[in-house]
Design a protein around this ligand. Structure first.
Ligand code: SF4
Length: 149
């Protein structure tokens, strides 16, 4: 946890602040988010790493539905080798929710379009569609305000 002044704890996708945790070993640094975070106590998280996946790793896609359907058991997350990585995605999201509960997090800034972090639109069966990633759905369902970045 990184402390600045205390306007409430916030979760942020780690790749957005320059952590090289994306599937290809890169980041998704976003300058705007770093200035927003200056006013908050925040946790950088990568749910895919927290679920046990390494970096770099095979890219993964939602198959059969968005994150909500994954939690309902009617969609899966499949990597580019055809392996089912749903369990790792679910585990990582649960770990993030654990942190959020522990520190009373009310807000999250998550990387758009990711099968984990995407909020509002994600790739389902290879096409951009309405929906949320596995983590974004879980946090929203718990009542945390999620903003796609
Ligand atoms: S899982 Fe989220 S935090 Fe991790 S690399 Fe993907 S978008 Fe970034």
């Amino acid at each position: 946890m990184f402390r600045n002044n205390n306007n409430g704890a916030v979760i942020v996708s780690a790749c957005l602040i320059g952590i090289e945790c994306r599937y290809d070993g890169g980041d998704a640094f976003n300058k705007k988010i770093t200035s927003i975070l200056r006013a908050n106590t925040f946790f950088p998280v990568c749910p895919e790493q927290l679920g046990g996946l390494g970096t770099p790793r095979m890219p993964s896609v939602l198959n059969g539905g968005d994150g909500e359907k994954v939690w309902q058991g009617t969609a899966r997350v499949i990597n580019s080798k055809g392996e089912d990585v749903t369990e790792q995605f679910v585990r990582g999201a649960r770990e993030v929710l654990k942190l959020a509960k522990m520190f009373n997090v009310k807000k999250a800034y998550l990387k758009s379009k990711s099968p984990s972090c995407g909020c509002g639109s994600v790739y389902i069966n290879g096409k951009l569609a309405k929906g949320n990633g596995v983590l974004a759905y879980l946090l929203r369902d718990y009542g945390i305000e999620v903003t796609a970045v």
